[in-house]
Design a protein around this ligand. Structure first.
Ligand code: FAD
Length: 286
């Protein structure tokens, strides 16, 4: 089923993003995580592609693993990194045969091992190129990424929104945001999109706060900032990871509750394949 239809017919709900495991142990952990999170009846589940140094082939295997849970709507991510039209077509045909109806179309980040990697020299140079191909394929509901604090390679939020508009107009059906830790950035993004007459659903991407140093480092790579007040709250528990995580869960619950209060009822959680923190948050906000 197309996610755009699921979002229309389910006023509220959560979606879960996973990453593909490399080892048998990782696969087991993913299955256990899915086994727990499926009880929250997710709107959909998604599987990243080539992110964080994990090679792309693992995604297809992990997608097959998720499809065994027949109740889940599974959305693979796809990036432009190393993509060519023939390979993309082959992958899309396979996915279609497996019953996949949704794809998250992304550019991806330059591979860490290639210092002079240039997207302009790639057959697909940006997510908009992928969206166009997916649109032409005609079968898939298409998700794209959007950036509450602007994408790290853009100079201004206006410039970011100009391109976002082009990407969405190429055929995107819904969007998921990059992580943010100050809801005002999300509300301002919706406002900028509204001004551009963009009307597709925009799910907030929620990364639970756990270890503030790690999250801050990770977030800085994609221009997401942690407000000083939140950092201070968590820093009080330095040296005590369990309590810091507990505080981080509380902060994330507060952020989610504020979103709900402001009419947001559909969420996309970056699970990092770990269920415990996610269930603590969901049990508190539902
Ligand atoms: P694009 O939309 O192509 O934008 C990239 C940059 O190029 C932007 O700065 C944009 O403004 C600029 N740009 C592109 N074309 C033009 C143009 N014609 N004119 C002006 N500016 C232009 N990464 C992975 O590797 N695998 C994943 O599975 C993955 N999943 C993600 C899921 C979510 C929800 C999010 C938010 C991100 C994910 N990412 C993933 C990270 C993503 O790949 C990076 O953020 C990447 O740097 C940009 O991807 P994009 O699709 O937004 O790129």
């Amino acid at each position: 089923m197309q996610i755009s239809d699921i979002l229309k017919t389910n006023e509220r709900g959560v979606a879960f993003e996973f990453f593909p495991p490399k080892t048998a142990q990782g696969k087991q952990a993913l299955l256990e995580t899915v086994g727990i999170l499926k009880h929250y009846k997710p709107l959909y589940v998604s599987m990243t592609y080539g992110a964080g140094g994990v090679t792309q082939e693992y995604t297809k295997d992990a997608v097959s693993l998720l499809l065994k849970e027949q109740t889940l709507e599974v959305m693979p991510h796809l990036t432009c990194v190393g993509a060519n039209a023939g390979a993309i077509q082959g992958l899309l045909d396979d996915y279609r045969k497996q019953g996949i109806d949704n794809i998250m179309a992304l550019r991806g980040d330059p591979p860490k091992e290639c210092r002079d990697f240039d997207f302009n020299k790639q057959e697909f140079s940006c997510a908009r190129d992928l969206v166009r191909v997916l649109k032409a394929a005609g079968h898939f509901c298409i998700g794209v990424a959007v950036y509450p604090q602007g994408h790290i390679e853009t100079d201004t939020l206006e410039q970011d929104m100009e391109y976002t508009k082009l990407k969405i107009d190429a055929g995107a059906d819904f969007a998921v945001t990059q992580m943010f830790f100050d809801n005002t950035y999300y509300y301002a993004l919706l406002e900028r999109m509204h001004k551009k007459k963009i009307t597709i659903p925009v799910l907030p991407g929620i990364l639970p706060l756990t270890d503030v140093t790690k999250v801050k480092q990770f977030a800085s790579l994609c221009r997401a900032t942690i407000p000083r007040s939140i950092e201070e709250r968590m820093e009080r528990y330095r040296g005590n990871p369990a309590d810091m995580e507990k505080e981080g869960i509380d902060v994330t619950i507060e952020l989610c509750r504020d979103l709900v209060k402001n009419g947001v009822n559909q969420f996309h959680f970056f699970t990092l394949n770990k269920p415990k923190v996610i269930t603590a948050i969901l049990d508190a906000i539902r």
